[in-house]
Write a protein that binds this ligand. Sequence first.
Ligand code: PMP
Length: 438
Amino acid sequence: MKRERSRKLYSKACAVIPGGVSSPVRAFKGVGGDPLFLQRAEGAFVYDADNNRYIDYVGSWGPLILGHAPGPVLEAIERTARNGTSFGAATLKEVELAEKVVECVPSIDQIRFVNSGTEATMSALRLARGFTGRDLLIKFSGCYHGHADAFLSDAGSGVATLGIPGSAGVPAGAARDTITLPYNNLGAVEETLQEHGDKVAAIILEPVACNMGMVLPHKGFLEGLRTLCDKWGALLIFDEVITGFRLGLGGAQGHFGITPDLSTFGKIIGGGLPVGAYGGRADIMAKIAPTGPVYQAGTLSGNPLAMAAGLATLEQLSAPGFYEDLEARSASFSRQLNDVLAARDTPAYLNRIGSIFYLWFKPHQSEGPRDYGDIKSADSERFKRYFASLLEQGIWTAPSAFEVGFISAAHTQSLLDSTATAMGKALDVSLAGGPSKA
Ligand code: PMP
C-alpha cells in the first residue's frame, strides 16, 4: 500500500506541531513507522490521504458506535448549525440531552456538560473533594482518566504506550494526594483505607479497564469498592468515558448493577463531537456553582452542535434491539477470532465485553489479564508485526499494544468475517518472527 501523501503530510506537520500530532498515541510511537493521515470516513471505513481504504476498529477511540458520518447525526448537526454554532447561553438541546441521560442512567440525578473526558474527570474530582472536604484520591494502575495532574501516575493509554511512569510538569503537591493501587486488588484498597480512610475523598476507576488493553473487573471487585466507599465515607466515581452508552444505555454500571456516587462520560455522549459530562446524586451535584461552592465553567460547554450530535446518537441507541444486535455480531466475531487463535496455538488471548475487544499478546495463558502488571508483559514486538500486517491488509486498529478495538453498528457480519481472516494472517506474520528477545 502506498502512503506517500501521509508521509509528506507527516513531515510537514512535524515542523509546526510537536511530534506532528494533536494527541500522542496517533504518532505510531508504539508500533514504528509514519502515522496515517485520514481524510474522510463513511460507515465502517476510513480513507487515508492516499485514498487507501481501511475497515476501522479505532472508531475515533470510542465515540463512533454508529460508525462514521451516520445520517441522523449529520442531519441533526446541519439543522442545528443553521441556527448558530454557539451562544454561551442555556439552550433547549442541553436540557433534552440531560433528560435523556437521567432517563438512561439511574445513578444520575443531575448532569453537567463539559468539552472532553479530561474535563469531566477533573471536575468530578474537584466536586468529590468539595463535597467530602477531603483531599486524597485512590486510583488504579493502568486506568486512564484524562491528562489532568492528579491522574497521570501509572496511567494507561498514551502514557503506557510511550512507556513513561507519569508526566513531567506535574507538581509534587498535585501528585502527592493520589494513591495508586493495583486493579482488581480489593485487599490493597482495604489496607489503604484502614490507614487513610478518613482523608480519602474518592475512589475513581474505569469499571471495565479499557486503557491498559482490557481488564475486566473480577467478581466482587466493584461491589467491594461500593461497600468500602460507604464504610469510609468516600465517593465512588465510575469513569464511564469509554463504557458509557457502549455497554448498553446504562453503561458499565447498568451492566454490573452497581450504583456509583458520580460518573463521568465522554466519547459516545457527544456523538463524535467534543463533549464530556459528569453527573450523579443530586445532593452532591448541588455543590457545583452556581448552586454550590465548587467552581467549574466553560465557554463552549453545552455547545448546541455537540448537544445535537449527542442527542441524535442516544436516540439511535434507544431503538429496540440496538445493543442486542451489536452484541450478536460482536459475539460471533469473537468466536471466529477464538477459532483463529485455537487453530494456531497462538500466544495471544482475546478479551471482549460487548462491542469492545482486545488481543493480549501474552504467551500461552488461558486466563485473562488481571491488572496492569499482566498487561505490561505483552510481547510488543509480536504486536508490532501483527499491527503492520493488518494495516497492509486494510484493517485499521489502534497503533498501540495497550488500546482496545471498537465494533460499530456499521460493521456488517461480512466485514467482521473478513477481519477475522485478516487477523489470522496477521498472527501468522507475527508468529513467524518469533518471540521478543526482551
Ligand atoms: N477517561 C477515560 C476512561 C478515557 O478513555 C479517556 C480518553 N480515552 C478519558 C477519560 C479522557 O478523555 P478525553 O481524551 O476526551 O479528554
